[in-house]
Design a protein around this ligand. Structure first.
Ligand SMILES: [Zn+2]
Length: 111
């Protein structure tokens, strides 16, 4: 029974307590409490595979915008699929650098 009350205290977007969440006050700033995951996928792909960026605290437009920015900065192709960014090739180091430069907390996932 206490679970519903507890849920009301949490922001549905960032799952933080509404008292500490910044979703409504700073819509354009990345949520500092969210850790973006940067990984690599080679399964079923040729060559170096793709670098994936997931757990982004952004809506679809924001993700598309960020994908475009990363593709331009890295000079490579990529796509947005199921709320994640896929960049052609293994660019984890560069992408982590770019994301940290934009104020995100980043975790390198996988090998
Ligand atoms: Zn929030």
């Amino acid at each position: 029974m206490g679970q519903d009350n507890w849920r009301k205290l949490l922001c549905p977007k960032c799952k933080q307590l509404k008292t500490t969440c910044t979703c409504s006050t700073e819509p354009s700033a990345p949520s500092k409490s969210t850790v973006v995951r940067v990984g690599r996928e080679t399964k079923g792909r040729r060559g170096k595979g793709v670098t994936t960026v997931s757990d982004l605290p952004l809506d679809e437009n924001g993700i598309t915008e960020l994908a475009t920015k990363l593709k331009t900065r890295l000079g490579t192709g990529g796509a947005v699929k199921d709320g994640r960014i896929e960049i052609q090739g293994d660019h984890r180091d560069r992408i982590i650098q770019e994301l940290e430069g934009l104020g995100y907390r980043v975790k390198r996932a996988g090998g």
